[in-house]
Design a protein around this ligand. Structure first.
Ligand code: HPA
Length: 273
C-alpha cells in the first residue's frame, strides 16, 4: 500500500470516529501536554488504535490523538509526537501531519523542548521559532515518491513559519506579559545531548535553540501549504563555557514550569485565528 493510500485509510478511520472537521492541528512536545486540558474533547484515539500510526515509545508521552474544540475552534491535537531517535522513518514521523491535512487542517501549531544556544536566553523562556536549520538530519521526509496530493516536489522554504502568526504571537505575549524570545531552531537526531564543540558549532551556524523534533513535521506541513507556528520552551542552557551535566529530570521540570505560559499563548493565538 502506498503512503497516500495509508493516509486515506487513516483519515477515513478518524472521520468514522469523530464528527468535527478540524481546521487547526496542534502537536504538543515533551512535557508540554497541558493544553489538552483546555479542550472540549469530542473523541480520543490512542495511537495504537489508529491504523498506520506508529506507536509512541517515550514513556512520558501519553500517545493520543484528540479531536475537539479549543475555545470555539475545531482542533486535532497530538499529545505525544514521534521522534527519529525512537527508530521511526521520517515518513512515519510526519505521517500524522499528512493525515491532519487530509482531515482539513490548514494551520499547524507545534511546541517542543529545546536547549538554549543564545546567551541572552534563560531556562524556562519561550522562543517563537522564526526559522529552522534542517541540514544536520541524516534523512528527509520528502525523499521518495511524491504523489501530487503531497504537494510540490521542490517546496519553497522562504517562510517556513508564518510571519503573521509570529507577529500575532509577539503581540499576545506582550499583552499577557509573557517573556517570548524569537529565533532559529536547529534540529538534531539525538538521542545523546550535544558536546561542547557541537553547541559551539550550532551557535556559529546561527541557531538560537537546538532540539530533537519538529523540523520534519514542519517541512511536510510546508509542502502541504499549511501555515505553521512553532514555539520552543528553553529547558536547559547550552553555552560551551558554562555547560552543566544534562539532567533529563531538570529538563522535564523546566518544561513544566514554562508550560502555563505556553498554554496561555497557544490558547489566545487559537482564539484569534
Ligand atoms: N539538545 C537537544 N535537544 C534538547 C536539548 C538539548 O540541549 N534540550 C532539550 N532538548
Amino acid at each position: 500500500m502506498t503512503i497516500l493510500e495509508q493516509v486515506q485509510q487513516t483519515t477515513q478511520f478518524i472521520q468514522s470516529k469523530a464528527q468535527l472537521t478540524p481546521q487547526i492541528g496542534i502537536i504538543l512536545g515533551t512535557g508540554l501536554g497541558a493544553l489538552a486540558q483546555e479542550l472540549t474533547i469530542e473523541t480520543t484515539l490512542s495511537y495504537e488504535s489508529i491504523p498506520h500510526f506508529p506507536l509512541s515509545t517515550v514513556e512520558f508521552h501519553s500517545g493520543k490523538l484528540l479531536l475537539g474544540t479549543l475555545g470555539d475552534k475545531p482542533v486535532v491535537v497530538m499529545q505525544g509526537r514521534f521522534h527519529f531517535y525512537e527508530g521511526y522513518s521520517m515518513q512515519q514521523i510526519t505521517f500524522p501531519v499528512r493525515v491532519m491535512h487530509a482531515l482539513g487542517v490548514r494551520t499547524l501549531l507545534v511546541s517542543n523542548a529545546a536547549g538554549g544556544l543564545n546567551p541572552a536566553f534563560q531556562t524556562t523562556d519561550l522562543m517563537v521559532i522564526d526559522d529552522h536549520i534542517s541540514l544536520l538530519l541524516p534523512q528527509n521526509p520528502l525523499v521518495g515518491p511524491n504523489p501530487p496530493e503531497f504537494g510540490d516536489r521542490f517546496p519553497d522554504m522562504s517562510e517556513p513559519y508564518s510571519k503573521s502568526l509570529i507577529d500575532q504571537s509577539l503581540a499576545i505575549a506582550e499583552d499577557l506579559g509573557i517573556r517570548l524570545q524569537r529565533g532559529v531552531y536547529v534540529s538534531v537526531t539525538g538521542p545523546q545531548l550535544e558536546t561542547r564543540a557541537e553547541y559551539r558549532m550550532l551557535r556559529q551556524w546561527g541557531a538560537d535553540a537546538v532540539g530533537m523534533s519538529t523540523v520534519p513535521e514542519v517541512i511536510v506541513a510546508n509542502q502541504m501549504g499549511m501555515a505553521v507556528f512553532g514555539v520552543s520552551v528553553i529547558t536547559d542552557m547550552c553555552i560551551p563555557e558554562t555547560l552543566e551535566k544534562a539532567d533529563i529530570q531538570k529538563i522535564i521540570a523546566a518544561a513544566g514550569a514554562a508550560e502555563p505560559h505556553l498554554t496561555r499563548l497557544m490558547r489566545t493565538l487559537v482564539s484569534q485565528l
